[in-house]
Design a protein. Structure first.
Length: 310
């Protein structure tokens, strides 16, 4: 950073992900100063709080940037309002409900000369960068993704996630797709998909995907009803052995070698990246994981399953 003062940031949406991840990361980074929040569901002690982004922008705070942590539906309008006000924008994943929304935001940010950053936090997991470097010299034979977690534990009472536009099991599953699109040299294409949608809901609670990256088959198994130990694993078979990423990318093992583990610093790295983009006048709004989810939802075989209740 070349500026003498921190980036004055407002937080839009003060739900679980904001409190668990964004707030600690912002407060631990001297390059940022959290100066306001906008949310229909409360605020943070000691920080001026507003009901919506328009009120926050109109209140006269000296803002440089916002972090948008609301549910996916409507994120585009919030981001557009911030960009129109000349603010830099970090958007929680996914950066929009559709790729078209993201494309519009990219164009708007370019026109307004502000930074737009799509915060694919799982790409910042400790094992992802070394895995990418190792795979760069390997021939990939097959990839297997198993991403299974308990919706009641990680999204307690969050009805929006199974509503239209809530992404359902693709809300966590897109994290796996963000990692593999970062790791694999050839683009992913979807050959087949199956999704399970509970009666009375609009978004899937489980999904399987058959994909391909070049000549390599890539399978994905997503489930929102796993109890007990949670599973966020990716395995890549290559001509040099099998690479394994566990715990969402924080644990790396290559062949029969030892496991490499590091503490969770995904959001700290995201905000460091955001600060660097702002300082350099750049943007990073990759929508490739979102494109894959869009395609999967469009072509998937839909299967009705029993009702789900929290």
């Amino acid at each position: 950073m070349t500026t003498a003062r921190p980036i004055r940031i407002g937080l839009v949406g003060v739900g679980k992900i904001a409190r668990d991840q964004h707030v600690p990361a912002i407060r631990a980074d001297e390059r940022f100063d959290l100066v306001a929040t906008a949310s229909h569901h409360g605020g943070l002690e000691g920080v001026p709080a507003y009901r919506d982004i328009a009120d926050m922008i109109g209140a006269g705070h000296a803002l440089d940037a916002v972090a948008i942590c609301t549910p996916p539906a409507g994120r585009d309008a919030l981001a557009a309002a911030a960009i129109e006000a000349g603010l830099h924008v970090l958007i929680e994943k996914p950066p929009g409900a559709t790729v078209a929304e993201v494309d519009d935001l990219i164009a708007l940010a370019k026109a307004k000369h502000v930074t737009l950053f799509a915060a694919w936090h799982s790409r910042e997991a400790a094992g992802v960068a070394p895995a990418r470097d190792w795979l760069a010299g390997a021939r990939i034979h097959a990839v297997r993704i198993v991403w299974k977690e308990d919706i009641r534990r990680w999204h307690p009472g969050q009805e929006w996630i199974l509503e239209a536009g809530g992404f359902g099991v693709f809300d966590p599953g897109i994290n796996a797709l963000s990692i593999v699109t970062e790791l694999l040299p050839a683009p992913l294409t979807i050959e087949a998909a199956r999704i399970e949608i509970p009666e009375g809901r609009a978004s899937p609670i489980a999904a399987t995907l058959a994909m391909r990256s070049g000549d390599a088959p890539v399978s994905a198994d997503f489930d929102f009803l796993q109890t007990g130990p949670q599973t966020w694993d990716i395995e890549v078979d290559t001509d040099r052995g099998t690479l394994r990423l566990g715990l969402g990318g924080s644990v790396l093992r290559i062949g029969d070698g030892p496991e490499r583990r590091e503490p969770d610093r995904e959001y700290a790295r995201l905000y460091a990246r955001f600060a660097g983009l702002v300082a350099g006048g750049d943007s990073d709004a990759d929508a490739e994981p979102l494109r894959l989810v869009e395609e999967a939802l469009e072509l998937a075989e839909r299967v009705a399953v029993p009702r789900f209740a929290y």
